[in-house]
Design a protein around this ligand. Sequence first.
Ligand SMILES: *[C@@H]1O[C@H](CO)[C@@H](O)[C@H](O)[C@H]1NC(C)=O
Ligand SMILES: *[C@@H]1O[C@H](CO)[C@@H](O)[C@H](O)[C@H]1NC(C)=O
Length: 280
Amino acid sequence: MKVCTSLPRTAMPVSVFVLAVQLVLLAYGGQASDNVKRCKLFSESTTEVKALSLLEPLTNKSFSVDVKNDKESYTYRFQVCGEAGKTAGAGLVQIDQSAKEVETVIGLYTVTQAIGGSDWVMLIYRNGTKYDGHCSKEMRKAIVMISCNRKVDMGELRVVLEDRDKERDCFYLFELDSSAVCPALPSQLSAGSIILIIGFVVLSVYLIAGFLYQRLVVGAKGVEQFPNYVFWTQVGNLAADGCNFVCRTRGPEEEPPTYSGVSTEPEEEPEERDDHLLPM
Ligand SMILES: *[C@@H]1O[C@H](CO)[C@@H](O)[C@H](O)[C@H]1NC(C)=O
Ligand SMILES: *[C@@H]1O[C@H](CO)[C@@H](O)[C@H](O)[C@H]1NC(C)=O
């Protein structure tokens, strides 16, 4: 009779399990935006796509740095896979503050190369504005060295040098610190341990809430305060039956024949006889 009344409540462990799965999916979904896809790798490879994908947290942010000396005053603007200036496709521009804000494109994010190391990513933008006299009048090129620094999400952009006193392969070199390119710490929680922790928390909540419900609402006593007691004892019995079936070496046909009502609990009978004997 008890089995029938408790059956609707067996839905509770199932819904708890579904909730746990949803929590795990929530923790791992969510970060699906792909702003780095706006960068066009001119010779695409899986390693370059992987290096570029590390820079996703740095997208949609404009970095800028001012450089001043006696004669000149420049501002450099940089975006990861986004418009840095007025020119379409320009990912890194130089603005001449002393000459009516003339914009010179240092590199286009539509002609990108991404090289990834253990704790750095080198982002190269090519096809910038052509040099007037230097470097055989080739197109400008920007190299941004993004290095791991766990202390900052997005650091300051720094100008390192402009290497242009040569015949070709001139470049502007920049540096940026970010935790985005850091290797994963081995001590960080793995997916498996997160699932274990969530499972443990859900189980504790289930036990405590179920205990309180059984005790306060249903008014159960003793071991029946355990939530879904009948369900879990059935599970236990099934498991025991399964183990019995799998583990026992002796097959059921070898069991000695039993007679109803006699051999089920044979050791109780001598005790009863002793009790009768005692008063005599
Ligand atoms: C980044 O900017 C693009 C276009 O400017 C926009 O579509 C996208 O939703 C933005 N993403 C984030 C994460 O802000
Ligand atoms: C970049 O420059 C190269 C020549 O150096 C040219 O072949 C290529 O089409 C250019 N790409 C873009 C997107 O302008």
